[in-house]
Ligand binder design. Structure first.
Ligand code: ZN
Length: 209
């Protein structure tokens, strides 16, 4: 589990900032982990500002809501560059669904960290085809701390890192969540429609006996 580095209570311009990236597939608990860290920062009486892309409106227009209904107020923004002026003199900046932001998001995060702020960014690291998503790879490169969280494969129960799309669409951005995707491990993701639940159960029973 991620433990926050301790830092002295100094004016922002005298202290160092850093970038944390929380990435993984859908249903991996990224947003829960982001909310957990932001809640702890709030308990520490740090000023926090939270942003998300305006396009992610599946649950609520202003709150960040995780699958398990944790919620925290956030500001929707159209472009990454809008974050800089809105962040003001806060101590901690949280950014959710970062894969949907434009390429400016990398320099925005660097700029905020250089100002002495703690920047916590959460996002999908791969799209439905298993390709790196948006600027998450670049953000992982420039971050001090990277946490990859995992879901559980719906088919076989192994650790899952892929968001398998259940509906036929080539659109990269398809919002709608539970009904459109399921978490899968590498093997079941590659098996696609042939990943059968029953077959797996029989395989495992016979192997052990
Ligand atoms: Zn699997």
């Amino acid at each position: 589990m991620f433990i926050e580095p301790t830092r002295r209570r100094e004016p922002t311009h005298l202290r160092t900032g850093w970038i944390e990236v929380i990435c993984g597939s859908m249903f991996s608990g990224k947003t829960e982990e982001l909310i957990r860290r932001l809640t702890r920062a709030r308990i520490a009486k740090l000023n926090i500002q939270i942003f998300k892309p305006a396009l992610d409106t599946r649950y609520h227009h202003e709150n960040i809501v995780s699958h398990s209904d944790l919620t925290i107020p956030s500001t929707p923004v159209q472009t990454a560059s809008q974050i800089l002026p809105l962040a003001g003199d806060c101590d901690v900046v949280g950014i959710d669904e970062a894969q949907f932001f434009d390429t400016d998001i990398v320099n925005v995060c660097i700029n905020l960290a250089n100002q002495g702020k703690r920047v916590i960014v959460a996002g999908l690291d791969m799209d439905f085809a298993g390709n790196p998503f948006g600027c998450i790879p670049q953000l992982m490169s420039v971050a001090e701390y990277v946490t990859k969280v995992h879901a559980i494969c719906i088919v076989c129960g192994d650790l899952a890192q892929y968001s398998y799309r259940l509906v036929p669409s080539k659109e990269r951005v398809l919002l709608g969540e539970t009904e459109s995707y399921e978490a899968r491990c590498r093997r079941c993701f590659n098996l696609g429609e042939n990943a059968g639940r029953k077959e797996w159960v029989y395989e495992n029973v016979t192997d052990d006996e």
